[in-house]
Design a protein around this ligand. Structure first.
Ligand code: PLP
Length: 374
């Protein structure tokens, strides 16, 4: 028996809708670190423990891999020859990689000019057919659903319930790492699949029903053998320019620097509302400036480089801590959904540019001295 980690399906097979011995399409996703922030709580002077679940350390650099291993494994089980998705970038990167691994075709629809460079390069390198549309994510999502009605392509967006089933495993890992569920769990919300998936995971772990689960028709087998005593309050953070959950209605022209959550018509609208309400949680919005500030703070003071959308979870938490809506002494987990390397342009644009000097010892010494003086 090998102890080599082999991805979330091997790890949590009994809690996932897969055949007991069928083939699995995996790249070793999951098992990501839960990193406690040490500087930030001190800096803001609050009695709170903050942990970041760094999903940027998945094989393609985002949490989408957890859902994709299951969606593509199930697509193969059903003998699909091609998958398709609309994407703000990370879904297409994951779909392209897992399709390559499975030996099937992959079509991705992305909004022209609104996808981070790293994500585009991934989809291209993995050999997906990359289709740029003159429209946004929501247009792409609508087109994918129309096309899949008539053509033999399996949708791997989070309307595919297997995506959420895979993504729920992040909650399992957090419970195992902390020895129980946290008091609060903060996530950036775009298409709203991930907050739904986490709530499903926490609910199953606690042996509690949730109406947020599309597969759960009342007698869920995964509610047996609970391993957590409680469920967290779910905090959903949206970019102010793309915040349908704050407006209480879809937004037609979403805009934010956090391209991964630049979504106005979230597919998991009802489920995410259910998750939020059942957990006693809420949605809140953060500005692009607050998102970028949190991203920089994490990178500069904690050594964690996440992409802008991911930083929305920390930016939102900071705001809620300021508003005193978080119980003192609480343990909070923030999901950092994707790696900062996904979007080098945004990172470089907000950082101090490098200095250029002649290749001389004196020049270097001058810089080091002026640093230690300041
Ligand atoms: C997909 C994604 C999100 C949003 O997740 P939803 O499930 O669509 O709400 C947030 N951050 C990153 C980096 C993503 O890739």
């Amino acid at each position: 028996m090998t102890s080599r980690y082999q991805g979330i399906i091997h790890r949590y097979r009994q809690r996932l809708p897969v055949a007991p011995d069928g083939p699995v399409v995996t790249l070793g996703e999951g098992d990501t670190p839960l990193i406690e922030l040490i500087h930030l709580p001190r800096r803001i002077g609050r009695d709170v423990r903050i942990f970041c679940k760094f999903e940027g350390l998945n094989p393609t650099g985002s949490f989408k891999d957890r859902g994709m291993t299951l969606a593509v494994t199930k697509a193969l089980e059903a003998e699909a020859r091609a998958i398709i998705c609309a994407s703000t970038g990370n879904t297409s990167a994951a779909a392209a990689a897992y399709a390559a691994r499975a030996g099937i075709a992959c079509f991705v629809l992305i909004p022209e000019g609104k996808i981070a460079l790293g994500k585009l390069s991934q989809a291209m390198m993995h050999g997906a057919a990359v289709i740029q549309i003159r429209g946004n994510f929501d247009d792409g999502m609508r087109l994918v659903q129309e096309v899949a009605q008539d053509l033999p392509v399996t949708i791997v967006n989070s309307v595919n319930p297997y995506r959420l089933q895979g993504q729920k495993t992040a909650s399992f890992e957090i419970i195992e790492a902390l020895g129980g569920a946290p008091d609060y769990h903060a996530l950036p919300v775009g298409n709203a699949g991930n907050i739904t998936a986490h709530w499903i995971g926490y609910s199953e772990a606690a042996g509690k029903m949730t109406k947020a689960c599309a597969l759960c028709a009342g007698d869920c087998a995964y509610l047996a053998a609970p391993f957590a005593d409680s469920r967290p309050v779910m905090l959903g953070y949206q970019a102010a320019g793309a915040a349908p959950f704050l407006r209480g209605a879809f937004v037609d022209h979403p805009d934010t620097v956090a391209t991964a959550i630049r979504i106005g018509h979230p597919v998991s609208w009802e489920q995410a509302w259910t998750a939020s309400k059942e957990s006693g949680g809420w949605f809140a919005e953060v500005t692009d400036a607050e998102i970028l500030e949190a991203q920089k703070l994490l990178a500069g003071t904690e050594g964690i480089f996440c992409e802008p959308a991911s930083a929305a979870s920390v930016a939102g938490l900071l705001k809620d801590l300021e508003r005193n809506t978080i119980r003192p002494g609480a343990t909070v987990v923030c999901t950092l959904t994707g790696h900062g390397l996904k979007d080098p342009d945004t990172a470089i644009a907000q950082s101090t540019p490098p200095v250029t000097v002649d290749a001389e010892r004196k020049a270097i010494e001058r810089i080091i001295r002026s640093h230690s003086e300041s």
